[in-house]
Write a protein that binds this ligand. Structure first.
Ligand SMILES: *[C@@H]1O[C@H](CO)[C@@H](O)[C@H](O)[C@H]1NC(C)=O
Length: 178
């Protein structure tokens, strides 16, 4: 009798352990809730936030730090990457536009770096404005290719879209903080 009681006690403990260790995602999950605001970029959003070990603390301010760090990391290499794409093309119409994109990428990096400083001092509203401006700056690059007779290189589009998406994650988070 004592033996079977002990077994069921262990089973209860084990079930409790399972429940605590593997909480079901979905309801009450802050990251899922935030990322649901950007349905078409949700996988990138979830991946960016969840892969950072700091995200185990489900806190908006921590998520703001994680997302701006992801933006800084991505934006840092962007100007030189865009420049290298310019060196690979020969069409002068494309070259000229890519030169403009290098400047856009530098300006976006400046805005994102400033946004990170503002997150450090918890000025989330101002940080968000800098991020918005950086996002707009990146889209200027893309728009210059809409003018006929210049095809935007696929790698350029992918790089710009990725940083715009990362910046958008940060904007969604800081919207809730300011
Ligand atoms: C960032 O820019 C892209 C491209 O212009 C746009 O689709 C997206 O909505 C912008 N993100 C935010 C949060 O404004």
């Amino acid at each position: 009798m004592a033996f079977s009681l002990q077994i069921s006690y262990i089973r209860v403990l084990f079930l409790a352990f399972l429940t605590i260790s593997f909480p079901l995602p979905g309801k009450g999950d802050l990251i899922d809730d935030v990322c649901s605001e950007m349905p078409d970029k949700k996988p990138l959003c979830l991946d960016t936030l969840r892969t950072d070990p700091r995200s185990t603390t489900q806190n908006l301010e921590v998520l703001a730090q994680i997302s701006i760090d992801a933006c800084v990391k991505d934006a840092t290499g962007l100007p030189s990457f865009v420049e290298s794409l310019g060196n690979k093309v020969s069409d002068p119409r494309v070259k000229t536009r890519i030169s403009g994109c290098v400047i856009n990428a530098e300006n976006a990096l400046g805005g994102i770096t400033h946004a990170k400083q503002l997150v450090g001092t918890r000025f989330y509203g101002a940080a968000k404005e800098n991020a918005r401006t950086a996002n707009d700056t990146l889209s200027i690059c893309e728009h210059t290719f809409l003018i006929p007779s210049a095809v935007e290189p696929v790698e350029l589009k992918q790089a710009m879209d990725r940083l715009e998406s990362l910046v958008s994650i940060f904007i969604v988070i800081t919207n809730r903080l300011s």
